[in-house]
Ligand binder design. Structure first.
Ligand SMILES: Nc1ncnc2c1ncn2[C@@H]1O[C@H](COP(=O)(O)OP(=O)(O)OP(=O)(O)O)[C@@H](O)[C@H]1O
Ligand SMILES: [Mg+2]
Length: 262
């Protein structure tokens, strides 16, 4: 579904150039659930932002990003708008705080349907109700303002909005940061369930290796701007090849051992 070919991204800064992605060659198969893990600063968000063409002006990109035969790097503004909502949508890192505080949740989800699919407002509110239901929120949430929702509820609403135009592919950047562990697991399972039910492709960045191992069918490990390993969950657990992956796996083993001793 998505192919990254020799993708490199660097940022211009007053102190010189920072190489964030270094010659990435990677593909995301149709219908797969891929987790991208790796330490802070390894380039995970840059990778997802490159696919969505959301890089800031100081970023320099080379290489190709092919989404179902279309080179995303060559899309004009109009094609890009349609690509972002209808083909490949993204739940941003910190999506919870990206709602407009003075508009209701219903209004904000409906706006996507009106602008991108040409719905009338009445139809859009009806469809938004359906979308909220899909992420486990009741109809009454349509009239709520963002501050009237908990973190987990806001994250659910952000997922509903990302799914509004039924994109075949969903990217999620740390969709569970700042949530308690139970809510984190619920949100990840919700993403998995919705994408599986609708035969969508899911690619998510997460710091939670155990959760990634339990819900995704492939894991890509990033380290200093490179994808150093791509494996199935059992491959990662039983035969991690890159030293950084071994460290990640050892860290969850040592937590489990400490847990079993207490
Ligand atoms: N706008 C920017 N200007 C300059 N450097 C940047 C910019 N955005 C990211 N970087 C740098 O690029 C590298 C990759 O950053 P990125 O945000 O992709 O990492 P990440 O893996 O998502 O980290 P985290 O887990 O903390 O979210 C880092 O060294 C970061 O400092
Ligand atoms: Mg990030």
């Amino acid at each position: 579904m998505i192919q990254l070919r020799s993708l490199s991204v660097s940022y211009r800064t007053p102190r010189g150039t920072v190489a964030a992605l270094k010659n990435i060659n990677f593909h995301i198969p149709y219908g797969s659930a891929t987790a991208i893990v790796g330490e802070s600063g390894s380039g995970k968000s840059t990778l997802l932002h490159s696919i969505m063409r959301l890089l800031p002006p100081e970023a320099m990109l080379s290489g190709q990003i092919i989404f179902q035969e279309t080179d995303v790097t060559s899309l004009d503004d109009k094609a890009l708008q349609s690509f972002r909502w209808r083909k490949c949508s993204m739940v941003l890192q910190g999506a919870m705080s990206s709602f407009n505080p003075v508009l209701t949740i219903g209004r904000q989800i409906s706006e996507v349907l009106v602008h991108h699919l040409g719905f009338l407002w009445k139809e859009a509110f009806e469809k938004s109700e359906e979308l909220l239901k899909m992420v486990g929120l009741p109809k009454s949430f349509l009239d709520r303002f963002p501050h009237e929702l908990s973190g987990g509820q806001k994250q659910r609403a952000a997922i509903a909005m990302a799914l509004a135009c039924k994109p075949p592919c969903l990217l999620a950047d740390e969709p569970t940061t700042a949530l308690d562990v139970i809510t984190q697991a619920e949100i990840i399972l919700l993403l998995k369930e919705i994408t599986q039910k609708n035969q969508m492709t899911l690619c998510m960045v997460t710091h939670d290796l155990p959760l990634a191992l339990s819900v995704c069918d492939r894991l890509a490990v990033m380290h200093k701007g490179e994808i150093v390993e791509v494996q199935t969950p059992s491959g990662i657990l039983n035969n991690p090849t890159h030293p950084h992956t071994r460290k990640l796996v050892e860290s969850i083993r040592s937590i489990e051992e400490r847990g079993s001793r207490t």
